[in-house]
Unconditional design. Structure first.
Length: 176
């Protein structure tokens, strides 16, 4: 019988530290704007699995990550994600790997259940994904350059959903 994995515990890091950590990892992994994340997952000894829906209900299944005791991990992706949303979801799940599993040292299953006890870990993973895919320095260059403050153009430049670009622009003070 397969042992159930514990839910992630929040790291307790400040937003600034999460952003710095995510940007540092993106740089160390040589992640470029819009680059696919599948090779990053593979390089980290992870696997991506697109899971078919459990039913034909109108409620889509959620994506999640499982990190095993040996450090191997699997990111299960909902088949209902659009490509940019899927890219952001992978970055979000990597946030759980780095922040809550400590690079695969602690087994976890991070599944957004809507339960309050996991909400802080979900918020941290979201902040991580935003900074991982849209680093502050690169955003500043884009906004102050040809792209400007158009959130849709910024989203296209970084290959993220528009809400991620807008959130990052707000966080860094480029829009109200």
């Amino acid at each position: 019988m397969k042992k159930s994995l514990p839910a992630p515990k929040p790291s307790g890091l400040s937003t600034e530290k999460i952003h710095w950590f995510a940007e540092s990892l993106a740089k160390a992994l040589k992640l470029t704007h819009g680059a696919p994340l599948e090779p990053v997952v593979k390089r980290l000894n992870g696997t991506l699995v697109k899971k078919p829906p459990k039913s034909r209900s109108t409620i889509p299944d959620s994506s999640y990550i499982e990190v095993q005791e040996d450090g191997r991990f699997t990111i299960f992706l909902s088949t209902f994600n659009f490509p940019l949303e899927e890219r952001f979801t992978i970055a979000h799940e990597l946030g759980h790997l780095f922040l809550h599993s400590f690079f695969g040292r602690h087994p976890i299953k991070a599944e957004h259940s809507g339960a309050n006890e996991n909400e802080d870990a979900e918020i941290e993973a979201h902040k991580f994904a935003c900074a991982f895919l849209v680093p502050a320095k690169d955003l500043r260059i884009a906004v102050e350059g040809e792209i400007g403050r158009d959130s849709l153009a910024v989203a296209a430049h970084f290959m993220v959903p528009e809400y991620v670009a807008l959130q990052r622009m707000k966080t860094l003070g480029f829009v109200q």
